[in-house]
Every structure is written in C-alpha cells, then in structure tokens.
Design a protein around this ligand. Structure first.
Ligand SMILES: [Zn+2]
Length: 270
C-alpha cells in the first residue's frame, strides 16, 4: 500500500498564531502563550510524523487590525522556509480602508503568496460588500484568495463564495473546508462544474462518503488540494485526509497533483 513517504506532500491549510474566537473553546482561547520557535518545533514534529514535507501558513484570527498576525506568519515563513515556503495574510473586511492598506502591505511589503478569510470569525457573510475593494486588489496582484466555507456556518454558505468567484473570473479562489458535511460534498461537485476558478481543499472533510475519488474523476485532479487544517497542536491524532487519499483509487499521477503539484503551480513555486 502507498504511504505518505512515496509522495511530496505540501499541505495548504495550516494556521499559526493566536486563534481568536475559535468556537469559544476553552482549549484554544485559554491556550498558554508559546514562542514561535516552540510552535515551529511542535508543528514540524507533527509534520514529520505524518509525512507532510511542507505547509502553507495562515493566520488563525478574524479580529480587527490583523497587522501583528500577518507579521507573525511572515516571520514564521522566514524562520523555516524549507518547511514553510509560503504564507498568506488576512484582513478583516470591516476595517474598511485600513483593510485595503493592510492587504497592500501583505503583498507589497511582506511578500505574501495570497490572502485568506474565515468570515464567520469576522462576524460577516463571505459576499459582504466590503469584500469588493479587497478582491479588486487581489485581482490586481494576481494572487489567490483562500476562503473558508465550513459547513456549520451559514455566513460561509458556499453560494456566497460562488457569487464572488463569478464576479472575479480571473481570480483563483481556494474553497477551504468544502467537504465538511454530506450536503457540502454534493454541493462541491456542482460548484466545481459551474465555477472553474474555484479549487478545493480537504480540510475538515467528512469521515465517510466524502467522495474524493469521484470528485477527482469528475472535476479533475487539478481541482483538489491536500489540506489538513492543522494548528501547531492539531485538533486530531492522524492526518486523516492524507490517509484517505493514499487508500483511495486515485492514481499516483493524480495524487501527486493533489498532494503538492496543484498548490505549487497556484503559488507559482513550481
Ligand atoms: Zn482553516
């Protein structure tokens, strides 16, 4: 049977830094402060255990004034670029002009590889009008937009992302957590068919009937990215999406795309 060691695995979905508003879980809002060095050591240990060679780092917060969070992930990338060759920034759209300025700083000054949003942590819908000036800048910079569509948030309902993707056809949107419910799984097939500029990660994927084999067959291997949705101390014990993909009927050639090829191409790292 194939193992993770047979592939280069570049995980698109790792959060780093303070996690504000994480579903009010005491575990994380009360998590003891840790240094970046400790965080990296814990994360790399997890990655090595599960055969993850590299990861893209993103902030974990939806607070206002995300400048410090963006500085943190940029420093994180710089501290260990072999494991973390890419980082994306985030801004709270409700910050208005300050959010646009911070997005510009993320790309121009910090050299971020794209931007990410988790709108439920911002307390707003994905397709709120304040996203328009931000996506205008994303279009200008020609970088991808990573957007969470987790199943238990109606603020992040997938049709809202689809509307943005339709309005910005030249921008690639990465739908994070798209396979997170039975309803979402079926929905992703439809969105993939109708909206070519959305690709999908495997974060928070269903433990059964996730239909990844069928998704790759129908939508194409170019549309799926491996994402574990990890933190330095992950909320799980095995890298489930990796195990499922390895055990699937997806060919080695297609798995190479899903595990790293698609993300390298998207981030222009290939
Ligand atoms: Zn996430």
């Amino acid at each position: 049977m194939r193992t993770a060691k047979d592939f280069h695995i570049f995980d698109v979905h790792h959060h780093a830094g303070q996690v504000l508003g994480f579903a009010s879980t005491a575990t994380h809002t009360d998590a003891k402060p840790t240094t970046m060095e400790d965080d990296i050591a814990t994360r790399v240990s997890f990655m090595e255990k599960h055969g993850i060679d590299q990861a893209m780092i993103m902030p974990g917060s939806g607070a206002s004034n995300l400048g410090p969070a963006n500085d943190y992930v940029a420093k994180y990338r710089a501290a260990d670029p072999a494991h973390f060759p890419a980082a994306v920034g985030s801004v709270n759209p409700l910050d208005g002009a300050a959010a646009v300025a911070e997005l510009n700083r993320c790309i121009d000054v910090l050299g971020m590889n794209g931007m990410v949003w988790h709108h439920r942590f911002c307390g707003m819908v994905i397709n709120h009008p304040t996203m328009i000036p931000l996506l205008d800048r994303i279009k200008h910079y020609k970088v991808p937009a990573f957007v969470h569509i987790i199943a238990d948030s109606m603020l992040e309902s997938p049709w809202r992302l689809q509307k943005l993707a339709d309005a910005y056809p030249d921008t690639t949107f990465v739908a994070l957590d798209g396979f997170s419910s039975p309803n979402h799984v079926a929905w992703m097939f439809y969105i993939a068919e109708k909206t070519p500029n959305i690709v999908f990660d495997t974060g928070v994927m269903m433990s059964l009937h996730h239909q990844l084999d069928e998704f790759v067959e129908q939508a194409g291997a170019d549309r799926l990215l491996l994402g574990t949705d990890a933190y330095a101390e992950p909320h799980f014990h095995t890298a489930f999406p990796i195990n499922e993909l390895l055990a699937s009927h997806i060919s080695d050639e297609n798995l190479r795309k899903v595990f790293s090829g698609n993300l390298k191409r998207l981030l222009k790292l290939a």
